[in-house]
Design a protein around this ligand. Structure first.
Ligand SMILES: C[S@@+](CC[C@H](N)C(=O)[O-])C[C@H]1O[C@@H](n2cnc3c(N)ncnc32)[C@H](O)[C@@H]1O
Length: 247
C-alpha cells in the first residue's frame, strides 16, 4: 500500500490540526503514538510540523515494516506488535493516539482495539474504511434515519449521506462504550456501563487513491470508570472474542 497521495496528506493535516486543538501538551513535548506504514510518511510529516523524534511512537505489527520505518527515519524507533497490546505496557503514556488502520469497523476493532485505546491517551483519532460493515451499523442508521429533511455534515460542513453519518456515530460509540460480544450468534451489544464522556469531536471523509471512502474521527475523551474495572471488563470481552475465534 502506498500512502503518498494528495488526499492522504490533507487528511494528515486535518487529523493533526484537531489533535493540536484537543491536546494541552504543546507539539514540542507531545508524545504521539500512531500506526505507521513502511513509507514512514506520518513520521516525516510530524517531524516537519515541529514534533521531536524522541516523542514519536510509531507502531506496526510487522517487524519488517518496523525495520523499514527505522531505516527511513533513524531518529525514531517503531514498536512492533498489536497497538492495544503495545500501549498497555508502554510508559510514559502518549498524549494522543492516531489509529489509522484503514480497515472496516469489524468486531475486533469495535470491541477491543478502539475502546482500549481510550485508556491510554485522552485524545484518540480513528480512521475506518466505509462499507463492508455487514449490518453492524444498522441500529445506528435506524436511529439517525428519523431525522428526515435534515442533512448530515462533517466538521468541515461537507454534506454527507445518512450512512456515513451513521459510521461516524459507530466510531463515536466505540470510543464511548464497552461492547459485549455474545458468544453464540455473533451479535455485538453496548455494555450499559459507559466508560467515557466525549467532550470534543471532529470528523471528516477522504477518498483514497483506490477510490475507497475513508471516515476519520478525532475525539477528546474523559474516563468515568476506574481503569482497574475497565481492564477487568476488557479481559472478559477479549476472552469471549478469543473463544469464538474472533481475535
Ligand atoms: C494505513 S497504515 C498507516 C499509514 C500512516 N498513518 C500514514 O499516514 O501514512 C497502517 C499500518 O498499520 C498496520 N496495522 C493495522 N492495524 C494494526 C494494529 N491493530 N496493530 C498494529 N499494526 C496495525 C497495517 O498493517 C499498516 O501497515
Amino acid at each position: 500500500m502506498q500512502y503518498d497521495f494528495e488526499t492522504k496528506q490533507q487528511y494528515r493535516i486535518k487529523v493533526h490540526n484537531a489533535i493540536d486543538q484537543y491536546c494541552t501538551a504543546t507539539r514540542w513535548i507531545r508524545r504521539i503514538a500512531y500506526l505507521e506504514s513502511g513509507q514512514a510518511l506520518e513520521t516525516k510529516f510530524l517531524i516537519a510540523r515541529g514534533h521531536r523524534p524522541e516523542n514519536l511512537i510509531p507502531i506496526n505489527r510487522s517487524p519488517q515494516i518496523a525495520a523499514w520505518i527505522n531505516r527511513r527515519v533513524p531518529d525514531v524507533t517503531c514498536l512492533v506488535g498489536e497497538i492495544h497490546r503495545v500501549l498497555r505496557t508502554h510508559q510514559p503514556r502518549p498524549h494522543a493516539i492516531n489509529f489509522d488502520g484503514t480497515g472496516w469497523l469489524n468486531k475486533r476493532t469495535m470491541c477491543v482495539i478502539v475502546p482500549m485505546l481510550t485508556l491510554y491517551a485522552p485524545v484518540v483519532a480513528v480512521t475506518i474504511l466505509a462499507g463492508r460493515e455487514k449490518g453492524q451499523i444498522n441500529d445506528i442508521r435506524n436511529k439517525t434515519a428519523s431525522m428526515v429533511g435534515d442533512c448530515y455534515r462533517t466538521s468541515d460542513g461537507v454534506e454527507v449521506s445518512n450512512e456515513d453519518y451513521a459510521r461516524m456515530l459507530g466510531v463515536r460509540e466505540c470510543l464511548t462504550h464497552i461492547y459485549c460480544p455474545t458468544s453464540h450468534d455473533g451479535t455485538v451489544t453496548l455494555d450499559p456501563r459507559s466508560i467515557n464522556d466525549i467532550d470534543k469531536l471532529k470528523w471528516g471523509i477522504y477518498i483514497s487513491e483506490s477510490h475507497q471512502k475513508m471516515i476519520w474521527v478525532v475525539a477528546r475523551v474523559n474516563r468515568v470508570v476506574p481503569i482497574e474495572v475497565i481492564h477487568q471488563q476488557f479481559q472478559i470481552d477479549a476472552d469471549v472474542l478469543r473463544e469464538t475465534g474472533r481475535i
